[in-house]
Structure formats: C-alpha cells, structure tokens
Design a binder for this molecule. Structure first.
Ligand code: HEM
Length: 140
C-alpha cells in the first residue's frame, strides 16, 4: 500500500491539530486501549505519562517523514523488533490501530472526516507493515 500526497497532507495537517494536546491525546489513547483490551495493561511497566510522550514523539517523527518514508524504515523496523520483546503480537497492532483512530476522532471532532480517517488508516497499516515485516508468522 502506498500513500497519496493528499493523504499525506491530511495526516500531517490533522496531526498538527492534536500535537498541542499531545499529553491529553496520549491519556485518551491509553484509556481507550485498556478499555478495548484490559489484558494489555500489564505490558506497560514504565510511567504512562513518559510512555505517552514517547508514543506521540514517535508518531510525530513518522508523520513528518511521510514524504520520505525510506528515511525512517530502519528506525520503524527496530521499533517493531523491540516490540516483539515487549510481547506484542499482530493482533495487538489491530487493537492499537482502533484505539489510535478513536483518539483522533475525539481530538479532531468534525475535522475527523471520512477522508482523514482513511488517510490515517493507510498510514497506520503502512507503519504496522514496516514494523512487523518478517517478525510474525502471518503477513500484516
Ligand atoms: C505503529 C505503532 C506503534 C508505535 C509508533 C509505538 C511506539 C512506541 C514507543 C516509541 C515506545 C517506547 C520504547 C521504544 O521505543 O521501544 C513503545 C513502547 C511500548 N509499546 Fe509501542 N508502539 C506501537 C505499537 C504498539 C503495540 C501494537 C503495542 C501492543 C500493546 C505496543 C506496546 C508497547 C509496550 C508494552 C511498550 C513498552 C512499555 C514499557 O516499557 O513499559 N506498542 N511503543
């Protein structure tokens, strides 16, 4: 799957709207994630505020690099490898994707149009494919 320049712009512009409320967005995200699957809570050992910052920071790097994905492929692959060590499965990526889209919907309100949702879905699928390539039995 590849991204169109329109999708890239939709994702970058909408991320810019949630970036100022990054801490709140991260809090919403983990709240939703643990609601969707309470069993995931025990996987997170560190301070959740710090964890939320790392997640938003990584998302920010990825979102800004969408025009030049080659530049972050090795970093995303390494991220995916570390996640195997955290006990993360392919199924978890789908749940995290759902929690992420839900969070964007909360943060963006009416700006979360069907086009924006589709663009974020494409970005998340792509990141997941790069992060999980050759690490799990089934394809992403
Ligand atoms: C594209 C999707 C994802 C991104 C951008 C992301 C980002 C991050 C980042 C930046 C960290 C900090 C540590 C590190 O860099 O290794 C981290 C840690 C972690 N992530 Fe993710 N992650 C993603 C998907 C997932 C999924 C699907 C799960 C499954 C529940 C997950 C669970 C965790 C856990 C358990 C930790 C370690 C927490 C701890 O040490 O307490 N992540 N993630």
């Amino acid at each position: 799957m590849s991204l169109t320049s329109t999708q890239i712009k939709l994702v970058q512009d909408s991320f810019a709207l949630v970036a100022p409320i990054a801490d709140t967005a991260a809090q919403l995200f983990y709240g939703r994630l643990f609601e969707l699957d309470p069993s995931l809570r025990h996987m997170f050992k560190s301070d959740m505020k710090e964890q939320g910052r790392k997640l938003m920071q990584m998302l920010s790097v990825a979102v800004h690099a969408l025009n030049n994905l080659d530049g972050i492929i090795s970093a995303v692959q390494a991220l995916g490898q570390r996640h195997v060590g955290y006990g993360v499965t392919m199924e978890h990526y789908a749940i995290v994707g759902d929690a992420l889209l839900w969070t964007l919907e909360q943060g963006l309100g009416e700006a979360f149009t069907p086009e924006v949702k589709e663009a974020w879905t494409a970005v998340y699928v792509l990141l997941t494919q790069v992060a999980t390539a050759n690490l799990y039995p089934e394809p992403a």
